[in-house]
Unconditional design. Structure first.
Length: 248
């Protein structure tokens, strides 16, 4: 943990987790508020492409007819008509615009509120939820311990990490924990992509997304909090089991 004159200092860790978690949590709340407060049936059934802007204007890609049953897109005219988030008020436009850019917004993988499709799919809702929780956990328990791996593992009680440090399996453990969060989402998503016979469901997408978001929030909070400059030297880093960092 970072120390100054023997006193624990966690201001940097709290600041990092507050910023990262605050941004994710704010957008998560907006994903619910926007469709709830907009007029009923303002947002039709959408079906776009990930990492592309499909519904910014009336003439955008998503508002055209692309045929039914394809991997991406559909006949928008048959799913409630066109939609252009640039015509919304600035706050709702940012909310749906960010979703348009980052999410495929497939209606069958998304929820509706007040007759309006949410800005992102169920899996992305889970990711933002899990990311917010991961940042919160780090903000409450995490310490800057010079390296990302040691900072990541600082959220666990030192006593439970004793064997890990004695055997020096810190990096494998961090990767294992990351895998526990990311692998289920990867399996669910890629199986759905590769096998036409398999279709996930929104509750499963939410859960797997939340797991990935949780470890993502922990990792990003750790990565931005691990700062050697807060120590006089590697000897000042306190680790479980009396371990010491060795700077090569």
């Amino acid at each position: 943990m970072a120390q100054k004159n023997g006193l624990e200092v966690r201001g940097h860790e709290k600041k990092v987790s507050s910023i990262l978690g605050g941004v994710a949590a704010t957008y998560l709340v907006l994903c619910f508020l926007a469709p709830l407060l907009m007029p009923t049936d303002s947002v039709p059934e959408l079906s776009g492409r990930a990492n592309a802007i499909d519904y910014a204007f009336e003439s955008s890609w998503g508002n055209k007819d692309h045929g039914e049953g394809g991997k991406v897109g559909h006949d928008q005219s048959q799913h409630g008509g066109s939609f252009a988030w640039s015509e919304l008020n600035p706050l709702w436009a940012i909310t749906y615009g960010f979703g348009d850019l980052n999410c495929h917004q497939k209606h069958e993988r998304s929820w509706e509120i007040n007759g309006n499709q949410m800005p992102v799919c169920a899996r992305d809702i889970g990711i933002f939820l899990g990311f917010s929780i991961g940042c919160l956990i780090f903000g409450l328990r995490g310490f800057n311990r010079w390296t990302v791996r040691d900072t990541f593992l600082s959220v666990f009680p030192d006593d439970s990490m004793r064997k890990v440090y004695e055997k020096d399996i810190r990096l494998p453990l961090m990767f294992f924990i990351m895998g526990l969060g990311l692998v289920p989402m990867g399996i669910d998503g890629f199986t759905q992509l590769l096998l036409d016979s398999y279709e996930s469901n929104n509750p499963l997408r939410l859960v797997t997304g939340a797991g990935a978001g949780l470890v993502g929030g922990l990792w990003f909070s750790s990565a931005f909090s691990a700062r050697p400059k807060f120590f006089d030297g590697a000897d000042g880093v306190e680790l479980p089991a009396g371990s010491k960092l060795v700077v090569k």
